[in-house]
Design a protein around this ligand. Structure first.
Ligand code: PMP
Length: 356
């Protein structure tokens, strides 16, 4: 029996994608082999690969001068690649510290070059994202790094910030469920294991201007190298890309990013609705205007009751609801692969558990 999986990533994928992959597994399109056994230089794989890159670009509505790359190492490698590729002598970068992931991105960047906190929500306990006029951007700033959605804290920027420098965004937990404002954004990246597929890669969109400036880097760390080789400079994570292709095709069929953004908001409304009508039985620790649509974080009165909630939910087939180990509490991740029905089941369970 398949469960309703609210895990924060890797996370649930559309059932028909899994079934199709199973169906094709031993013999991909008459090749007599599975996609993970074939050469990455074979025509069958090259076609699949090119199609995935093209679909990804269409979905984020990338302008002509924005390039796409698939890079292994997840979002974590991007924490290093962004400053390695973008920082230049005399230039710095600002980081909006909105939670665990933004802090990690900044910590890695600080090992590469001089960076600073453009805003820091640590003292407030990461309950919200900054308003535009709270972001302090120094002279000589190459980019402002933001985390559009904090997966652990459960907060999101309600709007793309308006600042005088290009934005670099970690979109790991709201990739393809939030449109990208290309007027303000120079680079976005995210691990694909939440909304888009299995783990094993980050998807990166980068403005071509930023490739010009790239200094001499080892090949794999260079965006220019990935773009010039269409992400086939070395052996790519073929299975990840293959499954991601199927997920992206479905997102496109479902109306693309705008439709998915709306659907995700409606999913989130169902769970926040259960929290808000529980009269304090469930509590959301975040500022209502900054509530994440993809990671709904909530608390019960004590850790014991939270453990009981997670355990009874699991018995009802609702799994992955334990909060991140660093913060405790509960968290429901509502990614693109999760059905509306799963979310309805959780909202009903929350009502019923609170009543009991
Ligand atoms: N950024 C965010 C917002 C995340 O949620 C995560 C993973 N949960 C990461 C970065 C790190 O991603 P990866 O595991 O792909 O390195």
């Amino acid at each position: 029996m398949r469960v309703h999986n609210f895990g924060a990533g890797p996370s649930t994928l559309p059932l028909d994608v899994l079934e199709e992959a199973r169906e094709e597994f031993l013999d991909y399109q008459g090749s007599g082999m599975s996609v993970i056994e074939m050469s990455h230089r074979s025509p069958a794989y090259q076609e699949l690969h090119a199609e995935v890159l093209a679909t990804a670009r269409r979905l984020v509505e990338a302008p002509e001068d924005v390039e796409v790359a698939i890079v292994q190492g997840g979002a974590s490698l991007q924490f290093a690649m962004v400053p390695l590729n973008l920082l230049e002598p005399e230039l710095t970068a600002g980081y909006a510290v909105t939670g665990t992931w933004a802090a990690k991105a900044m910590a890695d960047a600080s090992r590469v070059g001089p960076v600073y906190a453009a805003w820091d929500g640590t003292a407030e306990g990461f309950r919200r994202t900054p308003a535009d006029d709270e972001l302090v951007v120094h002279a000589g700033t190459r980019y402002l790094h933001i985390t559009t959605n904090e997966t652990i804290g459960g907060i999101r920027y309600p709007e793309w910030p308006r600042v005088a420098v290009p934005i670099v965004a970690d979109m790991s937990s709201d990739f393809m469920v939030r449109p990208v404002d290309w007027g303000r954004v120079a680079l976005v990246y995210g691990g694909v294991q939440k909304n888009l597929g299995p783990s094993g890669a980050a998807l990166v969109f980068i403005h071509r201007d930023l490739l010009e400036a790239t200094s001499e880097l080892p090949n794999y760390l260079s965006y220019r190298w990935h773009v010039e080789h269409r992400s086939l400079g070395n052996t790519p994570p073929m299975f990840t890309i293959y499954v991601m292709g199927k997920v992206l095709a479905r997102i496109e069929e479902r109306g693309g990013v705008a439709a998915l953004a709306e659907e995700t908001r409606r999913k989130a409304d169902l769970i926040y609705g259960a929290i808000d009508r529980s009269e304090g039985f469930y509590r959301s620790p975040v500022d209502p205007a900054h509530r994440s649509h993809t990671n709904v974080v909530f608390r019960l009165s004590d850790a014991e009751l939270e453990a009981r909630f997670v355990e009874e939910a699991a018995r009802a087939g609702l799994v992955g609801l334990r909060g991140h180990r660093s913060v405790g509490g509960c968290r429901a991740s509502l990614y693109a692969g999760l059905t509306f029905e799963s979310v309805e089941r959780l909202a009903e369970f929350m009502d019923e558990f609170a009543r009991r």
